[in-house]
Design a protein around this ligand. Structure first.
Ligand code: FNR
Length: 187
């Protein structure tokens, strides 16, 4: 069997009890064995400032860039903040996109899962993120889409997914993502 694909998971919330963190862990658990997923932290990245883009940029930027560059694909799991992408996630996109000409996102297969305790499932964040990913040339999976609504009702007190319907949907989503990454890599 081929080595599993190495997939970075970026979570757009820094909160310890983040529902998106729980969702990311559920997606990792439900993913097919063709994928090995790891959450890559983004909260430690200094805010992007071009003045710091010297011969010795912040070490957190360098480590993050190297980690994403080495990945076969990237999965974004994010809440919506004010109908858009949380600043911490946008900062990670910006950090990875520079220095000009060395973006770590270029041609990387990707997928987006957004969520919300509300009914719209983070649609605004999902599509604002897609807008940046178009420019960054991330090969973002278009279908299936994942807007997870009422995310605060999905987990039991141990942080395990409570409903069979959601589990099946997320499992199929991850299988589709694995197929997508394989298709893009053989392109
Ligand atoms: C939110 N929340 C929110 N929810 C939503 O559906 N649409 C939105 O535009 C916003 N805006 C927003 C802004 C800010 C600054 C915060 C802190 C929150 C609510 C949000 O979905 C909820 O707090 C989630 O639980 C956040 O995700 P985590 O931290 O649980 O992963």
């Amino acid at each position: 069997m081929d080595k599993p694909m190495n997939v970075c998971v970026l979570v757009g919330s820094l909160r310890k009890a983040s529902l998106n963190g729980m969702l990311a862990n559920a997606l990792i658990w439900l993913a097919p064995s063709s994928m090995k997923l790891d959450i890559v932290e983004i909260g430690q990245l200094p805010l992007y400032n071009e003045d710091l883009e010297t011969a010795a940029p912040p070490e957190q930027w360098t480590a993050f860039r190297q980690r994403v560059k080495a990945a076969d694909a990237v999965l974004f799991v994010s809440p919506e903040y004010n109908r858009s992408v949380p600043a911490v996630l946008k900062n990670a996109l910006d950090v990875g996109s520079r220095p000009y000409g060395s973006s770590v996102w270029d041609r990387k297969p990707g997928a987006i899962v957004s969520s919300s305790p509300g009914a719209i499932g983070g649609f605004g964040a999902n599509h604002h993120l897609r807008q940046s990913l178009v420019f960054l040339n991330v090969r973002t999976m278009q279908q299936p889409e994942a807007y997870v609504s009422h995310v605060d009702k999905l987990f039991d007190e141990h942080g395990k997914l409570a409903g069979d319907g959601t589990r099946k949907f997320l499992q199929e989503y991850m299988q589709a993502f694995s197929n997508w990454v394989q298709t893009i890599r053989s392109d």
